[in-house]
Design a protein around this ligand. Structure first.
Ligand code: C5P
Length: 238
């Protein structure tokens, strides 16, 4: 973890929420506007799932999955994922991988194995991290925590549009069923379940555009004096 000039850790904004809530788009846009780094923590769980499927590992074999997670070399650059040296960008976006990722993510040993990799992304000038437990477990001392939600129907609509633009044709009913199943698994698991952190600002994006959600998040960041001219750089701060 790289320290700021004043000795503290670099600032973090957490964006947690269920699949299809738009947190990935928001987090990436926010990071770009602030000039900060961006961590898509779901990629790590998807990467473990891809490797497990490659190796035909049982998704209940917690110890073997944790070893896989500990030993893997996952690097993202320019939106592409290099996993143990191979480009697996397209593979991790497939729906069966998302399903397997949420199964793999239930295991505490897998979550523990990925914890430090996520914390290592906290470097100056700041980090925007998206996932399910960024605010509750990975960065409990984050400067700003946002929990982005939307109705399951709206999220299924968005997910289907995204899958179609990636060339995958799926029915609305199938996407909605998969979203509901994943929501249930992510919220009911014992290890780091999906829930808003106590201090999180909850935003319901069902009837909001991406631009509106981004404006709201930027306003919250400004209020906390984060970003350019904010806490990380403002020498006039009390
Ligand atoms: O966000 P994304 O859809 O890529 O995440 C895939 C799966 O990884 C989620 O359904 C969830 O089970 C798991 N995940 C998690 N904790 C995170 C990020 C993702 O458990 N911080």
């Amino acid at each position: 973890m790289q320290a700021k000039a004043d000795g503290g850790a670099a600032p973090v904004i957490c964006i947690d929420g269920p699949g299809g809530s738009g947190k990935g788009v928001l987090a990436a846009a926010l990071a770009e506007r602030l000039g900060w780094r961006y961590l898509d923590s779901g990629v790590l769980y998807r990467a473990v799932a891809v490797l497990a499927l490659d190796a035909r590992l049982g998704l209940d074999d917690e110890a073997a999955l944790a070893r896989l997670a500990e030993g893997m070399d996952a690097a993202t650059e320019g939106g592409r994922l290099k996993l143990n040296g191979d480009d697996r960008t397209e593979d991790i976006r497939k729906e069966p991988v998302a399903e397997s990722a949420s199964t793999v993510a239930r295991h505490p040993a897998v979550r523990k194995a990925l914890l430090q990799q996520q914390r290592n992304a906290r470097r100056a000038p700041g980090l925007v991290a998206d996932g399910r437990d960024m605010g509750t477990v990975v960065f409990p001392d984050a400067e700003l925590k946002i929990f982005l939600d939307a109705s399951a129907e709206q999220r299924a609509k968005r997910r289907r549009k995204q899958l179609r633009s990636d060339g995958m044709r799926v029915s609305f009913g199938a996407v909605l069923a998969s979203i509901r199943e994943r929501d249930g698994r992510d919220s009911r698991r014992a290890a780091s379940p999906l829930r808003p952190a106590e201090s999180a600002v909850v935003i319901d994006s069902t009837a909001m555009t991406i631009a509106e959600v981004l404006e709201r998040a930027l306003a919250l960041a400004r209020r906390r004096r984060l970003g350019a001219g904010g806490a990380a750089h403002d020498i006039n701060q009390p």
